[in-house]
Ligand binder design. Structure first.
Ligand SMILES: [Zn+2]
Ligand SMILES: [Zn+2]
Ligand SMILES: [Zn+2]
Length: 162
């Protein structure tokens, strides 16, 4: 399995979250540069809001947070920025909670496996591309075509299970 760009150490102990934000930002800037995409102020704002914590954020909550930061543009521009991040693998939608989270796998085309703590809500993403490939293969053997492919697993994180 490819390694996370953001070290998963944060999941097990107290950590300096500024370092997570800095690594995530470096990845986003690199991807935008490589694909000649513009990392506009709105995209950057949404990105930063998603990275405030390791817990997912709902669409409405995102708007409220943007407002609190003094952002006055229409909600649609926030949602478009969110779509942009998702399309480029820089953020993911969690279907089980209908919320969004910044990607810690280095962006680009990949499938996430999300470990969701039911107590504190923190989410650790693992790169599940290899795993999903196997699933797709098994599913195809019985004639089933997998279309959406994020795996969300609920449980207790190391800190909450102590
Ligand atoms: Zn962190
Ligand atoms: Zn990801
Ligand atoms: Zn927890």
């Amino acid at each position: 399995m490819p390694k996370n760009v953001i070290s998963p150490k944060w999941f097990t102990a107290k950590h300096n979250h500024e370092e997570c934000i800095a690594s995530a930002l470096a990845v986003a800037e690199k991807i935008c540069q490589k694909k000649s995409l513009r990392f506009t102020p709105t995209r950057r704002l949404v990105f930063n809001l998603l990275w405030k914590q390791h817990t997912p954020v709902g669409a409405y909550e995102l708007l409220e947070m943007a407002k609190a930061e003094g952002y006055r543009a229409a909600p649609i521009t926030i949602y478009r920025a969110l779509d942009f991040l998702i399309e480029n693998g820089l953020a993911h939608r969690l279907a089980s909670t209908n919320s969004y989270i910044g990607c810690s796998c280095g962006g680009g085309k990949h499938h996430g496996v999300f470990l969701i703590c039911r107590n504190c809500g923190r989410v650790l993403e693992l790169n599940g591309t290899e795993l999903i490939k196997k699933f797709k293969h098994s599913a195809l053997e019985v004639g089933f075509k997998i279309k959406s492919s994020a795996i969300e697993i609920e449980g207790l994180c190391p800190i909450c299970s102590k």
